[in-house]
Design a protein around this ligand. Structure first.
Ligand code: AMP
Length: 460
């Protein structure tokens, strides 16, 4: 949560990220590296790890993919100790700079502390302004630093109480990990917008945004951190759990299930695959099609497309192949080849598409530009008809809690009707999953969800 390109007033804060923490392993930093590698989809702009041996904090971070940032394995010799936290940072091109790469580490009256954050604060700008007027100097444009400033000003002499004191002043979404030489502290905001999970690897405790980061280590998933829960793991690996905030109605981010998390992950104590597949099935019930094959837009919609195929009985096939080797740093040649971005990422399988009536399932439409190019690509691949199906409702409102979405003006569904979108995409038909249908699937845990991107009902 930390970018400075704004659309709440003069700013737009946006960021979705991955966080990882480990307490009690002699390979702490190496495990953090592997955990971040599994969480790479949550942020590709920068990565970092801070470790501790109980005396000092040791840090390495940079812009780039996890593998690039930690390419030189000698780095791990410097990242000493049995406790570590790490972060994958997401931001859009042009907003990225080194100073915002996490973990963010500060020195204060209690010593040294480092933090990683997934989410978005909604009152960070006001808090920061007030502190700047009081003379505070900020090093980054990240609101994670705002939390650290609040913490440093807290009256208590116990770290976890200082964190509680700081968090009581902030609003919005946060899944946070703090590392000091004495302890690792994990906390999730009282509405529970973003996921955070606890796992175990032998004696070690692990914290991660998604359980796929446990699987890569052969660690065991234990449970989610509950909304509003704060957990402290000390050097003796004693784990203490606190519920320091007044209870709030949950506002779990439904978009984590729709698009953001990996289908092989468990988040909010629930399998993403199960939920995403059932969104596909519900979509099929609401918007069936007469077609020969169902294809997905790989990879994020594979699971929903399988669900659509299962429900309708239309065979699921691979009609688009995705190139997995497009580095984050791929530089587009001066927009001289129209559609180049989609051509670079996807290619149609002509043998699969030729002469077919095709249902293409995507998890979401944001601006509509990708979908439009895909419809053309599928037609050029030989499809006779293209029926576009979307496994989420129409995204009409920007997210202020940690998912990167553009402004309303850029969101196609806030500007056009479904029929106008269909015409823009040049699809033979278009169907979106309804909000009611999405919330009705029995695989979804029965809690309250944040659906602000669909209905504008902002909980904070
Ligand atoms: P668009 O061309 O903007 O409509 O892009 C739609 C595609 O972006 C879909 O295939 C989604 O899988 C993907 N998508 C949805 N939400 C996001 C997001 N927050 N960040 C990046 N990609 C997204």
């Amino acid at each position: 949560m930390n970018c400075v390109d704004c659309s709440i007033g003069q700013y737009k804060l946006r960021e979705h990220c991955g966080v990882f923490g480990i307490a009690g392993s002699r390979h702490a930093a190496l495990h953090a590296f592997r955990g971040l590698y599994a969480l790479q989809h949550r942020g590709q702009e920068g990565a970092g790890i801070v470790s501790t041996d109980g005396k000092s904090l040791y840090e390495h971070k940079n812009l780039g993919l996890v593998n690039e940032v930690f390419k030189d394995k000698r780095i791990f010799e410097k990242l000493k100790g049995t406790f570590a936290i790490g972060h994958n940072r997401y931001s859009t091109a042009g907003e990225t700079n080194y100073i915002n790469v996490q973990p963010i580490t500060i020195n204060f009256k209690m010593g040294v502390i480092s933090a990683v954050h997934n989410g978005n604060l909604t009152n960070a700008i006001q808090l920061k302004k007030g502190m700047e007027e009081d003379g505070s100097i900020f090093q980054t444009t990240s609101d994670t630093e705002v939390i650290l400033h609040l913490l440093a000003r807290a009256p208590s002499n116990e770290l976890y109480l200082m964190i509680i004191d700081a968090l009581k002043k902030i609003n919005g979404a946060y899944s946070l990990l703090f590392l000091s030489p004495e302890s690792l502290i994990a906390v999730r905001d009282p509405r529970g917008f973003r996921p955070l999970n606890i796992g175990k690897l032998g004696e070690a405790y692990i914290f991660a945004s998604e359980s796929c980061a446990f699987d890569i280590l052969g660690a065991e998933y234990i449970r989610q951190l509950e909304p509003g829960e704060l957990v402290v793991v000390d050097r003796n690996l004693n784990l203490q759990s606190f519920s320091p905030f007044p209870p709030r109605e949950n506002r779990i981010c439904i978009f984590e299930f729709i698009y953001f998390s990996r289908p092989d992950s468990t988040i909010f104590n629930t399998s993403v695959d199960k939920v995403r597949r059932s969104f596909g099935r519900q979509l099929a019930r609401e918007h069936p099609a007469s077609a020969d094959i169902v294809i997905s837009v790989p990879d994020s919609s594979n699971t929903a497309a399988v669900g659509y195929g299962q429900e309708t009985g239309i065979p699921y096939d691979h009609g688009l192949i995705r190139n997995h080797y497009i580095g984050r740093t791929f530089i587009m040649p001066e927009q001289d080849i129209r559609d180049a971005d989609v051509l670079i990422k996807y290619n149609p399988v002509r043998e699969v598409l030729k002469g077919k009536r095709v249902v293409v399932v995507d998890d979401s439409i944001v601006r509509g530009t990708t979908s439009r190019k895909l419809v053309r690509m599928i037609r050029q691949g030989g499809a006779r008809e293209v029926h576009f199906r979307v496994a989420s409702p129409q995204i009409k409102y920007p997210c202020f809690y940690g998912i990167d979405t553009p402004t309303s003006q850029e969101l196609i569904a806030s500007q056009k009707t479904v029929e106008e979108i269909r015409a823009y995409l040049d699809a033979d038909s278009l169907g979106y999953l309804s909000k009611e249908g999405m919330l009705s699937v029995k695989e979804l845990p029965s809690v309250q969800y944040c659906t602000a991107c669909f209905d504008g009902a902002y909980p904070v």
